[in-house]
Design a protein around this ligand. Structure first.
Ligand SMILES: CC(=O)[C@@H](O)[C@H](O)COP(=O)(O)O
Ligand SMILES: NCC(=O)COP(=O)(O)O
Length: 245
């Protein structure tokens, strides 16, 4: 089963635009879980313009599904993770001023730094995933580092999907196959939506988890959160005919 982790950064962004506590990110996390989300993802950035560090503490006792915290392992981020001890940490190499995530790690040049961070989190029992481009060399690097999983950065897939989805998928299948062969779990995320999600899943059914925020929260404006979460989960269901009984 491929899990759907809902990224609630956009809820915090909306709240932050006004001050106050509307919408309430903790309540939204509870609702997402009640409506069938398999996990909650947050990505606290150094300037805390989306989700804030204090939100992460507020969420700690309310996330009873999988809690995935994404971010660049700065000293502040590492301290946060050690206090929260989420189910999973996803290391993302964002520059502090990046509008949003726009590339994965170079797992070859950063091997020593990433190995230390992964070892530190794993010693606390935290599953550790590395955000990478769909590039076989980067997958091999993640394996050498000893990560539990990789998260494939799907921005390029989402961008090229409308032009030629088969072509867009080629490097992702190769990267996901190699990761699987090397014993790495495979997650995916960034710019996934109701158009491109099912094709990704059908080509890589061994995906362990997708984390989705921007499009899912935008769709919820029209469809409501409950129907939207169900619609995204439907994209992750194998067709009836392939289910073995
Ligand atoms: C790693 C990744 O792709 C997501 O975390 C995405 O960048 C969402 O983060 P923002 O909502 O802060 O843009
Ligand atoms: N890891 C990707 C994520 O959490 C959400 O990315 P997006 O759907 O907001 O682009």
């Amino acid at each position: 089963m491929t899990k759907l982790s809902v990224n609630i950064n956009k809820i915090a962004t909306l709240r932050n635009s006004r001050g106050g506590n509307i919408p309430n990110v903790v309540q939204v996390a509870l609702d997402c879980q009640q409506y069938g989300a398999d996990g909650i993802t947050v990505h606290p950035r150094p300037d805390q313009r989306h989700i804030r560090f204090e939100d992460v503490f507020d969420l700690q006792s309310k996330v009873y599904t999988e809690f995935n915290i994404e971010g660049n392992p700065t000293p502040e981020f590492i301290t946060l993770i050690k206090k929260i001890r989420p189910t999973q940490v996803t290391l993302v190499p964002d520059a502090p001023d990046a509008l949003t995530s726009n590339t994965g790690w170079n797992t070859v040049t950063q091997v020593s730094f990433l190995t230390d961070v992964v070892n530190e989190f794993q010693s606390l029992g935290i599953r550790t995933s590395i955000f990478v481009n769909a590039d076989e060399e980067m997958i091999r690097g993640a394996s050498q580092i000893g990560a539990d999983r990789v998260e494939l950065y799907t921005g390029p897939y989402a961008q090229d999907y409308p032009k030629d989805r088969e072509q867009a998928m080629v490097p992702f299948i190769a990267a996901a196959r190699l990761a699987k062969d090397l014993g790495l779990g495979v997650n995916a995320g960034h710019d996934l939506n109701l158009d491109n999600l099912n094709y990704l899943f059908s080509c890589i059914p061994w995906l362990k988890e997708v984390s989705i925020g921007h499009s899912l929260i935008s769709d919820a404006l029209y469809m409501g959160l409950e129907k939207t979460i169900k619609a995204y989960k439907n994209c992750l269901n194998p067709p009836e005919s392939t289910i073995l009984t």
